[in-house]
Design a protein around this ligand. Sequence first.
Ligand SMILES: Nc1ncnc2c1ncn2[C@@H]1O[C@H](COP(=O)(O)OP(=O)(O)OP(=O)(O)O)[C@@H](O)[C@H]1O
Ligand SMILES: [Mg+2]
Length: 321
Amino acid sequence: MTSHSAIEARGLVKRYGHVTAVDHVDLTVRAGDVYGYLGPNGAGKTTSLRMLLGLIRPDEGSAKLFGRDPLVEGVGALDGVAGFVEAPRFYPYMTGRRNLELVAALDGGDAAERIDAALETVDLHKRQHDKVKGYSHGMRQRLGIAGALLRDPRLLLLDEPTTGLDPAGMRDMRALVHRLASEGMTVLLSSHLMSEVEELCDRVAIVARGRVIHEGSLEELIASTSGRYELRTTDDDRATAIAARAEGIGELETTSHGLTFTAEERAVAALTLSLAQAGIGLTALVPRTATLEELFFRLTEGDQEPRPALRVIDAKGKVAA
Ligand SMILES: Nc1ncnc2c1ncn2[C@@H]1O[C@H](COP(=O)(O)OP(=O)(O)OP(=O)(O)O)[C@@H](O)[C@H]1O
Ligand SMILES: [Mg+2]
């Protein structure tokens, strides 16, 4: 039996005038993955998800869902795939339940029979007879997921489902995604929050300016940043000069509280001896793995989003602009 990836996108491109919103994206999501599609504003997350959901056509490339391409095989290829981009849309003057009934009528099949269970799953059964216009943002998002669940999906595509929610709403939404995933649903979740992806996902694609700049397991990604050290001394300026000349010390950077570099253990030991010989005391030497957040900023460097700057200190101890 052949088992297909839940998503296999190859060379997806979408252009809007001179903007290339999605630029040759390859994406492989295995069945059972909770996959994070992580990127800053304007990275092309929503556009990518729109193509995967068959809402817009790619200019180039193709996407297969469980081995079937909706552009070739028609909407039938979207069976078992559900989700929404940006925010789910509902009729505000109708109740949550009535909205789901309309969704079910459009979907056909036995979707209507799943309404009660879906409302229960997203914890809206008590508010199902209230009009959607009175729902909070979090409730609307959850109703959106209920709408998706009516299709009995194997693959759920969620575009920043926690954006705009308060901390409690975020927690509830993440718990819901976690629960659906633990029941075996494959989830592709876009996000601009590293912590969210770290909490929920086992694999990640980091996107910036329409391109996937890193793809792989979160574990590998975090492990790839090991070998970095943070050093504080009684004389950071001289320590920096010594480290710059030392064998095996790479990526030397001065921060507001010491220096950081990459090195193998042997080179670190040699450096500490050189520092001691120079009469420089160590106040801290800490091996560290970058947080996903730092990594994200490093990888997406060069776009327009604000980021915590790495401060560079000149020889006189002044913070360089
Ligand atoms: N319908 C459209 N018409 C013109 N430009 C578009 C359209 N949709 C997206 N774009 C452009 O494509 C780029 C990617 O947009 P997209 O909405 O996919 O990013 P995103 O990663 O979802 O961002 P955000 O985090 O803000 O939701 C942006 O530069 C955007 O302006
Ligand atoms: Mg978006």
